[in-house]
Design a protein around this ligand. Sequence first.
Ligand SMILES: *[C@@H]1O[C@H](CO)[C@@H](O)[C@H](O)[C@H]1NC(C)=O
Ligand SMILES: *[C@@H]1O[C@H](CO)[C@@H](O)[C@H](O)[C@H]1NC(C)=O
Ligand SMILES: *[C@@H]1O[C@H](CO)[C@@H](O)[C@H](O)[C@H]1NC(C)=O
Length: 334
Amino acid sequence: MSKLNQLPHITLILLLLYSSSLPLLVSSAKCHKDDKKALLKLKAGFGNPIDLPWTSDVACCAWYGVICNSITGRVLNIDISSVNLSGTISPAIGDLPMLSEIHIQYAPLLTGSIPYSITKLPLTKLTIRFTALSGPIPAFLGELKDLTDIDLSGNRLTGPIPEPVASLPKLDRLTLFGNKLTGTIPPSLFRGQTRGDLLYLSDNLLTGEIPRSVGDADVAYIYLAGNRFTGDASFLFEGQKNTFEIDLSRNRFEMNMSSLSFTHSLNKLDLSNNRIYGSIPESVATLEGLNTFNVSFNRLCGRIPIGGNMNLFDRYCYTHNKCLCGSPLPSCSA
Ligand SMILES: *[C@@H]1O[C@H](CO)[C@@H](O)[C@H](O)[C@H]1NC(C)=O
Ligand SMILES: *[C@@H]1O[C@H](CO)[C@@H](O)[C@H](O)[C@H]1NC(C)=O
Ligand SMILES: *[C@@H]1O[C@H](CO)[C@@H](O)[C@H](O)[C@H]1NC(C)=O
C-alpha cells in the first residue's frame, strides 16, 4: 500500500475513535445526575409548564436557563424569565449543591414562599421578582453569608425586612420595591460596607427613619419613594459621597434643604412630595450630570438657582411649595 492510501484509513480510525468516545465524555461532563433529578423535581413543583422544555433527551446543562460548570456538570445558575410557572418553588432546589445564583422572574402564577432548603446552597445572588410569592421575607436568608444581591421586587411580600437579612456581611444590593412590606429599615443595613451599590425599597408601607448605616455605606443608587418614611435624612448627603441617584419622593421626610450639600456624581434627585423646608442651595446648579430634579410638593421657599442644568427642569418640578420663586416659576418680588 502506498502512503497516500494509508492516510484515509488512519483518519477514519481516528474519527471512529473520536466519535465513539465523544458522546460519553460530553454526557458525563454535561449533566450531573443528582442535579438533573433535582431540576426535574423543581420543574414538577412549577406544574410542569409546557414552555419549560426540561426533558431527558437533552443533557440538563443544555436546558433553558441552566448554567453548569462545564467540567463537573454541576448546576451553578438558574435563570428563568417569562415562563408560565405555577405552583411553588420546590424544596428540591436545595439539592443543587453548587447553585450560586437563582434568577426567577415574570412568573405571575408562582405562589408560596422561599423554601428553607435554599440555606444549604452557596448562594451569592437571589432574584425572585414579579411573581405571586407571598408571606414574610424569611429571616433564614440571613444564613446565606455569601449573598451580595437580593432582589425580591414586585411580589406580595408582607411584614418587615428581617434584621438577619439586613446585616448580611456582603450584601450590597437590596431590591424589595413593589411589595407590602411594613416596619422600619433595620439599623444594621449595609453596616460595615464601604460601598453599597443599590437600595431599592420604593412602593412599600415602610415607616420610621432611614438608619445612619445607609449613609455610612455611601450607596450609589437609593430609591425609597412611595413609603411612609419620616425624619431628617440629610446625612445621606453629608461627607464625601459618590451617590448617582436618590429618590426620596412620596414620603414624610422633614429636613432643611438649605443645609444639604450635593456630591458632583449626582444625576437624579427627587425629593418631591415630602415636608422639606428651607431653600434650594445654589450648589444644585453646579451638578454637571444632573438630569432629574424634582422638589415639588414640599415647603420650600426662596429663589430657584439658575445656571448649569437648571434650564432642564420645568415648573412642575417646583410646583406646590411655600414660596419658591424665579424661573421657571414667576419672578421673585423685590
Ligand atoms: C399557565 O399555566 C396555567 C396552569 O398550568 C394555565 O392554567 C394557564 O392557561 C397557562 N397560561 C398560559 C398563557 O399559557
Ligand atoms: C435652614 O438652614 C439654613 C442654613 O443652614 C438656616 O439659615 C435656616 O434658618 C434653616 N431653616 C430652618 C427653618 O431651620
Ligand atoms: C415631579 O413630582 C411631581 C410629584 O411627585 C410629579 O407630579 C411630577 O410629574 C414630577 N415632575 C417630573 C418632571 O418628574
